[in-house]
Each structure stands twice: as C-alpha cells, then as structure tokens.
Design a protein around this ligand. Structure first.
Ligand code: ADP
Ligand code: MG
Length: 476
C-alpha cells in the first residue's frame, strides 16, 4: 500500500511529466523523494541545495500549479535538502564537493574503470563448451541511460538503443550499428543498452568488448591453437557489444572469425550491437559479406550536440559530481566547445580541477582563461552565437528580437554590433554572418561594419558600449 504522500507525489509526477521534457523530468523530478504530507503541506526531499535552487528558479510555476491542483488552494510545498557540505549558502558559486571524499579529478567518468584484464575471459577457454557461464559483462555503470542526455542530435540512436534494451534480439534492429565521430557517445550508448538489459534480465549473458581487444584475443587464440574455444565462447553470448568495428578494417582473419560468430548469434536470435566511427558505406577494408550483414539491422548515427543539449550534458555532469557552477560559466563552456562531448567534459573537469587546486571560485574570467588554454590546439574561435548572446545580454534584448526584421534603433544597433564583432573575431564569411543575424546579405554586414567603425570614431558613448562588449566577449 502506498502512503498518502507517496500517492500524492505520484499524481504530481503524472502531471509534471506532461509539462516538461522527458530529460528535465528525469534530471529534476525523478530524484525527488516525497517525505510526508501534513496539513496540506507536502514535504519533498531534494538531493542538494543546488537542486533546490534549480527547481525554484525553473520550475516554481509548474510546481505551484501541480500542488494547487492536487491539494487545493491552501496546498503548500516544503523542501528538505540533503546537505552536502553544511549550509554555506553565502557563497553559492564556490565549487562544492559531495560529502563522500571522492576526488572529482581522479574520478572523472572519462576513463573506463573497467580494466580489461585477461583472467575473466580466459576461464571459458579453459573449460570450453560450458552451457551457462558467468561472464563479467565489462559494462561501465556510469554509462547508463540515466546519464545519457537525449537531444535531436542523438534521438534516433538513443531510441533504437532503448528499444533494443527492452527486447534484445526481438526487434528489427539487429545488428544495431551506432556510428558517428569521436566523443559523440557511441561507447556510452552501447554500454547503456548492455546495462539496461542486465538490469531487466540479470541471467542474460552480455559482453562488451572493443574490436581491438577482440582482435588481440583472437591472435592469442590462434597462437595457442584454441581458436575453437574462442569462437565457442563468443557464441555463448546473448548480447554481444563490439565497440569500434572500424578497427577490423584490413584484418581479414579477424573479420572471418567475427563473420562466423555474427552468423551464429544472429541465427539464434541473439542481439548484436556494434559501433563504428564511420557509416557502413564508408568503411574501407571491410569484407563485403560483413558489410552487408551490418545493414541487416539498423544503422543510426550520432551527431554533434546542439547548444541546449550541451548545456543539459554539463548540468547533468555537475549534478552527478555534486558540483555547482554559475550559469554564465556553464553557458560559456557550452557556447565555446561545440565539436564533441568528450571535449565538453574535459573542459568542465579542467575548470573544476583548476579552481579546486587553487582554492578559487569558478568565475567567468577563470573559465575564459581555461577554455582558451584548453582549446588552443583546436583553433578555437568565438562563435557568432556567443557574440550575439553577449551583445543581447548587454542591451537586455532577446536574441530572437535581435534577429527579427524590426528597424527599431536600439535593435538595429545591437544587430550591427553583433555583425561587427562577428566580422572581427570569427573567420565566417560576410554571407554567413548575415545569415546568422536574421537573414541579411553580405552587403548589409559590410555596411554594419562601416557604420560601427564610424560611430566608434564619432560617438563616445557608443565607443564605450563597444569596448564594454568586447571585454565581455574576448578572453582575457
Ligand atoms: P565515442 O565512443 O562516440 O567516442 P563516448 O561514448 O566515449 O564517445 O563519449 C565521450 C564522453 O561523453 C563520455 O564520457 C560520455 O559519458 C559522454 N557522453 C556522450 N554522449 C553523452 C550524452 N548523450 N549525455 C551525456 N554524456 C554523454
Ligand atoms: Mg568510443
């Protein structure tokens, strides 16, 4: 039997679910525990101060509505916060570590905690032909679906992965081939599927292996003359996840043995999940018969994350690490690092590490310096989007208004200043800058550039604006 407060919170969640994105729901509402209901006041427990502030800032209207709906006009909500550090509310922007003395730097989820050692795999080699074996799945628990942010950039792959996880071997997505550039989440998603399958069916034999590892094992097996054991072992899997199959390119013998394992598993209705850094058509050096099998199921690509997803990913990482950072810091990182998620995480971790080593708070200035260092090698330039954001923040306008057709003086001015900085600070063509600033042509951008230059010469106040804005955009 559910207690009244639990039932009530369940009803609240049903309503909330319909009103927020699934990602927000998972991040901000699922972790809440209802504690008690007394005199029309519902008490909920939230994991941290940061969490509470986030709810208050972003979801207060929704929460109020929900409570009133469930408890009537007198309904109230109280929070109970699991304290991380003591109440140092005065400095909400310093880096806080969770109570456990985990070292954030060491414990970054970037490295796989699963050290692939040979022992586990060897057992079945020694006792071949066993029907039920215990296999260490080699799944990284951090790479779960809960930690996997969904956005337009990865939606297809994520949904297909989730479907496969619910019904391994029982969907048309067999094999499921996840492909995309580095750091876009292929490995993470492949693990998520494995974790989910293990969660729902602990008895299923799931194995994650990199193609490299697979290849080495095979070479070793050939050398020790126990190839059959190797093949039998892999044929016992219910779910086989092979990461980075592009590594098989040009390795005919390995492809051959993989082909046999693939056929056996596929015919027995077992699930195969493969990842690759290229689309199947672009995989050079791969046997045709293997390539054609890759196409039997579904190939889903992962692309670069959009801005919103980048922010969501950073927020999720911080939440997992029990860290709070100012919103402008997160936005700056998300605006600056666009290529892939691994770099995004790397930047976040370097900033936190830097701040904690120097016992400094993470400020926007520190972030700018760090990002500059961090991305020097990748020839970073300020993005037009970021320029627009800074300009609009400065004049207290929304970016949409700035991009609209309006000819109001202040707005035209903001638009022209954005174009001016975009021309100065990015390598974008005039046409591209125009396209970013509300569909203008290159002549308009050039005109804006000249106008701003003229005004800087003639109008002191204007010159002040421009130099203020420049300071905010440019990394010090
Ligand atoms: P790939 O295998 O495509 O090179 P990874 O799966 O190793 O990329 O991802 C790189 C890093 O980014 C990992 O730490 C992973 O946890 C993180 N990551 C990738 N995709 C997401 C996502 N959608 N949400 C949250 N973190 C992600
Ligand atoms: Mg990978």
């Amino acid at each position: 039997m559910k207690k009244p407060h639990e039932k009530l919170w369940e009803n609240c969640l049903d309503f909330i679910k319909d009103n927020v994105s699934i990602q927000s729901y998972k991040t901000w509402f699922e972790p809440i525990t209802p504690l008690k209901l007394k005199d029309k006041t519902l008490t909920i427990q939230v994991p941290s101060q940061f969490f509470y502030e986030w709810l208050e800032e972003h979801y207060i209207v929704l929460l109020k509505k929900t409570i009133k709906k469930q408890l009537g006009q007198e309904g109230k909500l109280e929070y109970s916060i699991v304290m991380e550090n003591s109440a140092n509310n005065k400095k909400p922007y310093t880096v806080k570590f969770p109570t456990s003395n985990r070292n954030v730097v060491k414990n970054q989820p970037l490295s796989m905690p699963i050290d692939v050692d040979k022992k586990v795999i060897k057992n079945p080699f020694i006792v071949p032909g066993l029907k039920k074996i215990t296999v260490d799945s080699r799944l990284n628990p951090n790479y779960s679906f809960e930690n996997f942010i969904e956005g337009d950039f990865n939606r297809l792959a994520r949904s297909a992965g989730f479907a496969v996880a619910k019904k391994p071997g029982g969907t048309a997505f067999n094999p499921l081939l996840l492909y995309g550039g580095v750091g876009l989440g292929k490995t993470h998603l492949a693990h998520s599927i494995g974790i989910e399958i293990k969660k729902n069916n602990p008895s299923k034999t799931v194995l994650y292996v990199s193609s490299e590892k697979f290849t080495h094992q095979f070479i070793e097996a050939v050398r020790n003359n126990n190839q059959n054991d190797f093949i039998h072992f892999y044929q016992l899997m219910d779910v086989l996840i092979i990461d980075d199959v592009q590594f098989f390119a040009g390795k005919e013998k390995t492809q051959d043995v993989f082909f046999h394992i693939f056929n056996h598993l596929h015919q027995s209705g077992k699930q195969l999940i493969l990842t690759s850094d290229k689309a199947p058509v672009e995989l050079q050096g791969m046997e045709q018969r293997l390539l054609s099998r890759f196409k039997w199921g579904l190939s889903a690509d992962l692309q670069s994350p959009d801005l919103e997803s980048r922010i969501a990913i950073l927020n999720k990482k911080m939440y997992n690490e029990g860290i709070e950072l100012p919103k402008d810091v997160i936005e700056y990182i998300a605006y600056s690092i666009t290529a892939n998620i691994r770099e995004l995480e790397g930047a976040l971790i370097s900033i936190i590490a830097q701040a904690s080593l120097n016992k400094k708070a993470v400020t926007l200035d520190l972030t700018k310096q760090m990002i500059d260092k961090f991305v020097k090698n990748t020839a970073r330039e300020v993005s037009i989007d970021y320029i627009q954001k800074v300009v609009c923040d400065y004049f207290d306008l929304s970016v949409e208004v700035m991009k609209s057709k309006t000819r109001k003086r202040e707005i035209v001015q903001a638009r022209q200043i954005s174009m001016y900085f975009a021309k100065q600070l990015t390598k974008s063509s005039l046409a591209n800058i125009g396209a970013h600033c509300g569909g203008k042509d290159h002549a308009t951008v050039l005109h804006a550039f000249k106008t701003v230059n003229n005004l800087i010469e003639t109008d002191k106040r204007f010159k002040g604006y421009v130099s203020d804005i420049e300071k905010r955009i440019v990394i010090q």
